[in-house]
Write a protein that binds this ligand. Structure first.
Ligand code: NAD
Length: 284
C-alpha cells in the first residue's frame, strides 16, 4: 500500500510558495497580509492560531494575531471584521472557529469580504466554487486535491465517494472532485448502506468526524483512501494520540493518507496559498 504523505507534499509546496511570495514582494512592494482573529480561550484553537502565525512568518506573509475576550459582542466582532475588510494591508481575514456559543458564526463569516476570505467559507466564495468560477476553495478539501495531484491519482471518470456533507469539508470536496471530472457520490449520516457505497469507490474521502469508524473490509483493494478525520484519543500511557476516521493499520488498499501526516499538514499550507491568491487578485 502506498502512503500518501501530506507532510512531504506540504513541505515541497512551501518552498515553492516562499519563492512566489518573494516575487510578489518584489513586484508589489509589500508582503501579503493575513489577520487571524481568535475570540475566547479555546486551547486547541490557540495551538492552531500559533501554528498559522508561525507558518506565515516562515513563508513571508505578514500576519496579525488578534485575541479578543469571550465577552466580545456580535456587534464588536462585526466592527473588528469591518475594520480588517477596510485595511489595505490585509489580504486575508481568518476568524478562528469555533466561536464562543454567545456569537453567531455564520453571521461573522458572512461579514468577511469574500475577496479577503482565504478559508473560502463565505457564501460568496462557496457560490463561485459551485458555479464553476472558483476564487479560492476551502483549505482542507483543496489540500486533498493537491495530494491527489502530487501522487498522480487520476480523477477523471473515476468513482469518488465523499463521506460527510459539511460546508467546510464534504460539500466543497465533492464539488472539487466533480470539477476534476470524477463521478461523485456524497454519503452521510442518513446513507442506508455506507459499506456498499464505499466498496464501489475508486477514490474514498472520509470526513465523517467519527474516530476509526471505517476500515480495511469497507474498501475495494484498488481504492485510494483519504482520511480527513482528526481525533485526539487518550492513549494507554495517558498521552493523547491522534487518529483519523479510518482504521489505518488494517487497510489493504492501493494508497492511503495516514493520521497524523496526511491531510492535516496540507490544510494550513492551502491557507497560505489562498492568501497569496487573494493578494494577487487585489493586485496592490
Ligand atoms: P461535521 O461534523 O460538520 O460533518 C460530519 C459529516 O459526516 C456530516 O455531514 C454527517 O452527515 C457525516 N456523518 C457523520 N456520521 C456519519 C456516519 N456514521 N456515516 C456516514 N456519514 C456520517 O464535520 P467536519 O467539520 O466536516 O469535519 C469532519 C472531520 O474532519 C472531523 O474529524 C474534523 O476534525 C476533521 N477535519 C480535519 C481537518 C484537517 O485539517 N485535516 C479540517 C477540518 C475538519
Amino acid at each position: 500500500m502506498q502512503i500518501l504523505d501530506g507532510k512531504l507534499v506540504a513541505q515541497a509546496r512551501r518552498r515553492e510558495l516562499q519563492a512566489q511570495i518573494a516575487e510578489f514582494k518584489k513586484q508589489v512592494g509589500r508582503a501579503p497580509g493575513l489577520a487571524v482573529l481568535i475570540v475566547g480561550e479555546n486551547p486547541a484553537s490557540q495551538v492552531y492560531v500559533r501554528n498559522k502565525v508561525k507558518s506565515c512568518a516562515d513563508v513571508g506573509i505578514e500576519s496579525w494575531h488578534l485575541e479578543r475576550p469571550a465577552t466580545l459582542t456580535q456587534a464588536e466582532l462585526h466592527a473588528e471584521i469591518d475594520r480588517l475588510n477596510a485595511d489595505p494591508k490585509v489580504d486575508g481575514i481568518l476568524v478562528q472557529l469555533p466561536l464562543p456559543k454567545t456569537l453567531d458564526e455564520t453571521a461573522a463569516l458572512e461579514r468577511i469580504d469574500p475577496r479577503k476570505d482565504p478559508d473560502g467559507l463565505t457564501s460568496g466564495n462557496l457560490g463561485l466554487l459551485f458555479a464553476g468560477r472558483r476564487r479560492v476553495a476551502p483549505c482542507t478539501p483543496w489540500g486533498v486535491m493537491k495530494i491527489l495531484e502530487h501522487y498522480g491519482v487520476e480523477t477523471a471518470g473515476r468513482r469518488a465517494v465523499v463521506v460527510g456533507r459539511s460546508n467546510i469539508v464534504g460539500k466543497p470536496m465533492a464539488q472539487l472532485l466533480l470539477e476534476a471530472n470524477a463521478t461523485v457520490t456524497i454519503a452521510h449520516s442518513r446513507t442506508r448502506d455506507l459499506r456498499a457505497e464505499l466498496r464501489r469507490a475508486e477514490i474514498a474521502v472520509i470526513a465523517a468526524g467519527q474516530p476509526r469508524f471505517v476500515g480495511g473490509e469497507d474498501f475495494s483493494p484498488d481504492a485510494v483512501v483519504i482520511d480527513v478525520g482528526i481525533h485526539r484519543l487518550g492513549g494507554e500511557d495517558g498521552k493523547a494520540k491522534l487518529c483519523g476516521d479510518v482504521r489505518f493499520e488494517g487497510l489493504k488498499v492501493r494508497a492511503a493518507t495516514p493520521v497524523p501526516g496526511g491531510v492535516g499538514p496540507m490544510t494550513i499550507q492551502m491557507l497560505l496559498e489562498n492568501t497569496l491568491v487573494l493578494a494577487r487578485l487585489r493586485g496592490h
